[in-house]
Ligand binder design. Sequence first.
Ligand code: FES
Ligand code: FE2
Length: 439
Amino acid sequence: METNDSARSEFLREFPKTGPDTRAGKMLRHYWHPVCLSRDLNDLPYGVRMLGEDLVAFRGLDGIVGLVGMRCPHRCTSLEYGQIREQGLQCSYHGWTFDHRGHCVAMPLERAGSRAMGQISHLWYPVEEWGGVVWCYMGADKHNPPPLPKIDILTRTDGEIILDRGDFRNYNYLNFLENFADIGHSYVLHMLVPGTVPDDMRPYCNFTVNTDWRQLGFHVIETHFGMKSVVIHGTSDPELKYVNTWSIALPTHWRFGGITAGLAPDFTADRRESGGMLRIIDDTHFEIFRYTLLRSGNFRGSYFPQGSNVKRGVVVDRGTVVKKDYDYRKYPAWEGRPPLEDLVMQEMQGAIPPRETEHLVSTDVGVALLRRIWRKSMDDVAKGKAPKAVITDSEGVVEVDTFKGFAKAGEIEIGPKNMPSSKGNQGLIRDEQGRLVFA
Ligand code: FES
Ligand SMILES: [Fe+2]
């Protein structure tokens, strides 16, 4: 028992780490990570801290993207202030120039024939540019990285893809990711049950969904991409169920098919396909990248039910909370906007939360599964094996389950398979009669 406890504490201590010499950091380095968006790389170098390492991305004059160590190996100044040249990235101080593979290709002050240049090899990582994103692989086998798994939304051509970055957080990335393994909080923290609905949405909402979330029960399943959580609500028709799925794809993608129970069919802002991924900066910082597929008919704005009272744990209308004069908290008037509610709950856990003091209960099954996946992968990497693989189709695409909508009781599959997706205009969401909307 004592051994189990100390192994658990040790895991919890190592779990949030990201650096190159940590068990978790070594595991994370087996996956591709987002660096920046393609549009961020123009004629200036782009400084970027990744998994605790300070790096610089740049687009060479030939259009090819490189990622090298930030600190010039000559006198340590930052290559973020370097110059993009024909042969690569040139340090502005004395002109040493590095190509995409970290070779030093110019030392303009040295005499011709100096051997110094050949002795310098600078830190570099392989990079791929795909889907409007620059990705890097920081694993050991730099010359032979695994193929980049193509995240499904970014491959879609049946709508407009909106890509955004720049939301920086000052706490461990797992505070964020575990939030997506915890579908239960949407009912309590966000109070996402049918409240008031804009008139133009009313015809499409099924108010017979039983939104009593107490003791609802969650299904969590390990999948080919990571894991998913599923909740099922009854409706007034015993044959018709309302299903909602949230997923996490390794290493840092999340996906949810909207959060408003029983509301919002396919074409609303809540139901458009959206999710994102994290750029892990270091143990206590990350940046959020969001991607959304807007299909014909999707609302562009965001929609959350609004009301006037906030009373957690009780089904009430909700709405904008006005700042009170005596509210001295860092985030006053934080209630009523789900993204801010999430930020507050995640940040207030602590930059690196004291996880060993937690008391997980049966409804924390999602958090527990996520930690099991991480723990097994960390152990496997420590033994010289590969961590959990992200399985793609023959095109290299990883399809992530995002089902949200109505399904006939007999059609619901609680298992690792994806529920029907909206791909190919299939129409993911069904109306209250179970018919596909926009099929
Ligand atoms: S410090 Fe970079 S070339 Fe001298
Ligand atoms: Fe949330």
